[in-house]
Design a protein around this ligand. Structure first.
Ligand code: PA5
Length: 439
């Protein structure tokens, strides 16, 4: 396995390499605080050594459960929100066919994965039931607290539908719950109904939970190899732990660069990729960094774009708007498939000058041209390169972003493992809805 790589070349006309490397000692101290459980939020650091300590029996249990669901269901509905939703979707969409929903089950070789509980859209849920009508489906319901309103509403409706169609026993076969080992309504209900359950470890918060059953079960049901995903994360865990100098620690370099840029007035980070499959990986990253750093009046605002699509919408602002942004580009070296531009005798569309090229050759020139243009437009650009989209490199990327997030939050002086601000809207909503106990 190659290593994913981070390039700082296009930030060096804004900050110096020496300034970035000046964070070395601080980053090393914060890394030690993460691995030794001594930093702020240290009751939520179970994810730090999770990949290398992964329990093989748990992988087998997840795989066996996934195989059962794959046999009985044509559709899987994953119910969850935030950290109980985005990780699974990020990995599944990064590694799946772009038009998965339109493939037959035979071509897809796995159930169609749909999502619910990540919004309170009445039409969204009604449309979902239109699609589920007459279909054999299963539900994985995920909630650490077991009390989150959005997934609870979706699950109540799905449970009713499954019970009406397949009876209590049939529904039980098709429902798997992932929740706390003892607390919460979902745990209570699962025990009463006898659902197969997986635990979310106490010491792992939602946005750091993709490599627990929260992410791994839906990912395995989609047919992705979870063992290789974990292997990739272990590889990155080793790289970061064994880095003899700062240059060889990609998470340290990323955390230091973004904090230095932040101190130089770059308060917005735009995560960009030229690969459409990475849309939800960027959504996952946005939650990870936004919820971890945005507190106490501080934080880099995480935004996301897919290019070249968004060059035709956000491109103007990035090139020429307020200069408080920096960009991080996730570049993927190789495509999975090959498609070349054909030549045409008449050349009416004027494209013969690129005839014979792979589509990705054009995409790569768009990427290079964009990085150069944004750099000229005074946007510092970090570049993360992965060799290709597969389980191992996505596993590396996940662990890289998680560790860098913990380090970056510590450098910023916040607790990257809590999210007190998420409660404010809930209190108002509950009070407006007349939930007992809320005025
Ligand atoms: O990262 C987080 O902690 C949050 O995004 C939660 O995952 C999200 O609010 C869902 O919570 P729960 O899993 O308790 O339903």
């Amino acid at each position: 396995m190659e290593n994913i790589n981070i390039s700082i070349e296009n930030v060096l006309n804004f900050v110096t390499k020496e300034e970035i490397h000046g964070y070395h000692t601080l980053i090393s101290e914060h890394y030690q605080a993460l691995v030794n459980n001594t930093g702020e939020g240290n009751d939520f650091l179970g994810w730090v050594t999770l990949p290398s300590k992964f329990d093989n029996n748990l992988i087998l249990d997840i795989q066996k459960t996934a195989d059962n669901i794959r046999k009985i269901a044509d559709i899987l509905v994953v119910v969850g929100i935030g950290g109980s939703y985005l990780g699974a979707r990020a990995v599944i969409e990064s590694l799946s066919h772009n038009f998965n929903q339109l493939l037959s089950k035979e071509d897809r070789k796995s159930p169609l994965i749909l999502y619910a509980g990540q919004n309170i859209g009445e039409d969204y849920l009604s449309d979902l039931f239109d699609v589920l009508k007459g279909k054999s489906y299963a539900v994985v319901v995920i909630s650490k607290s077991g009390t989150t309103t959005e997934p609870a509403i979706a699950f109540r409706l799905l449970k009713n539908d499954l019970e009406e169609r397949f009876g209590k026993a049939g529904a039980k076969e098709r429902i798997i719950a992932i929740t706390d080992k003892e607390k919460g309504a979902l745990k209570k209900m699962s025990d009463k109904e006898g659902y197969k359950t997986f635990e979310i470890p106490d010491n792992i918060g939602g946005r750091y939970s993709v490599l627990t059953p929260v992410g791994l079960l839906p990912i395995a049901i989609s047919g992705i190899n979870i063992k290789k995903l974990i292997d990739g994360a272990v590889h990155m865990e080793n790289i970061i732990r064994d880095a003899e100098n700062f240059e060889n620690n990609p998470a340290g370099i990323y955390a230091a660069s973004r904090q230095l840029l932040y101190r130089n007035g770059k308060t917005i980070e735009i995560m960009a990729s030229f690969i459409p499959n990475l849309y939800y990986l960027i959504e996952w990253w946005k939650q990870l960094y936004g919820e971890s750093e945005g507190k106490n009046g501080k934080g880099i605002f995480p935004a996301g774009v897919i290019f070249t699509t968004d060059l035709h919408s956000m491109g103007q602002y990035i090139q020429d708007g307020m200069r408080n942004i920096f960009e991080t580009v996730i570049s993927v070296k190789a495509t999975k498939k090959e498609l070349r531009i054909s030549s045409n005798a008449e050349d009416l569309d004027g494209l013969n000058y690129i005839a014979g090229k792979k589509i990705d050759d054009v995409n790569k020139m768009a990427e290079l041209g964009t990085i150069m243009a944004h750099n000229t437009g005074k946007v510092p650009v970090l570049k993360i390169t992965i060799p290709e989209l597969n389980e191992e490199y996505i596993g590396q990327l996940i662990y890289f972003f998680e560790i860098a997030c913990g380090l970056s939050g510590y450098v910023m002086g916040v607790n990257p493992f809590d999210q007190p601000g998420v409660e404010a809207y809930k209190k108002n909503m509950f009070s407006l809805l007349g939930k007992p106990g809320y005025k």
